[in-house]
Ligand binder design. Structure first.
Ligand SMILES: Nc1ncnc2c1ncn2[C@@H]1O[C@H](COP(=O)(O)OP(=O)(O)O)[C@@H](O)[C@H]1O
Ligand SMILES: O=C(O)C1=C[C@@H](OP(=O)(O)O)[C@@H](O)[C@H](O)C1
Ligand SMILES: [Mg+2]
Length: 166
């Protein structure tokens, strides 16, 4: 049996957590959301971590969680800021292919209306457009597979993703 994992990366709102669960079910793999691993390890919500410290601390913790990940045979939904940790992403690559769920800025704005309060690990004054541009390059750098997700149902994305994995 193939014990490889599949790692999903992309902007907040790209669908990593929701598509990840569906993909895990279809591939008969476990599902892990690294945001949940961070919260369990810290015994705090992501928002609490951001409120009590800062975005760099959240990124640091996320990097450690990714580096320590022992997650064979899983679909792994990472947080949008996972790509700031080079060692964390190196560990993800050991576990399996990295899939970039790619959405345009307009599509993300349609899906997510609470960018200021959603707990994004960004500089306080950083605009969404600036964050989008900065991150795009990082997702592209790490992606083995890219799935364009604009204006597609979750079912269509899932089937395109599965055929690219085959
Ligand atoms: N293909 C899609 N089309 C429209 N909305 C979607 C799609 N995929 C996910 N969503 C919605 O976008 C929001 C963010 O999804 P989520 O899986 O939490 O993203 P992420 O984990 O990448 O931040 C959710 O409300 C989800 O239902
Ligand atoms: O992009 C980000 O900076 C973040 C995205 C969140 O995950 P999702 O991408 O699943 O929303 C979560 O990891 C954290 O709040 C920071
Ligand atoms: Mg998520």
């Amino acid at each position: 049996m193939n014990k490889e994992s599949v790692v999903l990366v992309g902007m907040p709102g790209a669908g990593k957590s929701t598509i990840g669960v569906l993909l895990a079910k279809e591939l008969a793999k476990d599902f892990v959301d690294t945001d949940v691993l961070i919260q369990l390890r810290e015994d705090k919500t992501l928002q609490q971590i951001l409120d009590e410290t800062d975005y760099m601390n959240l990124r640091r913790i996320e990097g450690e969680v990714l580096q320590d990940a022992d997650l064979p045979n899983c679909v792994i939904a990472t947080g949008g800021s996972a790509v700031y940790s080079e060692p964390g992403m190196a560990r993800m690559r050991e576990l399996g292919p990295i899939v970039f769920l790619k959405c345009s800025a307009d599509e993300l704005r349609r899906r997510i209306h609470n960018y200021e309060t959603r707990g994004i690990a960004k500089r306080p004054e950083q605009s969404f457009a600036d964050l989008f541009a900065e991150r795009q390059a990082l997702y592209e750098r790490y992606a083995d597979i890219t799935v364009e997700c604009d204006a597609k149902s979750q079912e269509v994305i899932l089937s395109e993703l599965k055929s690219q994995l085959d």
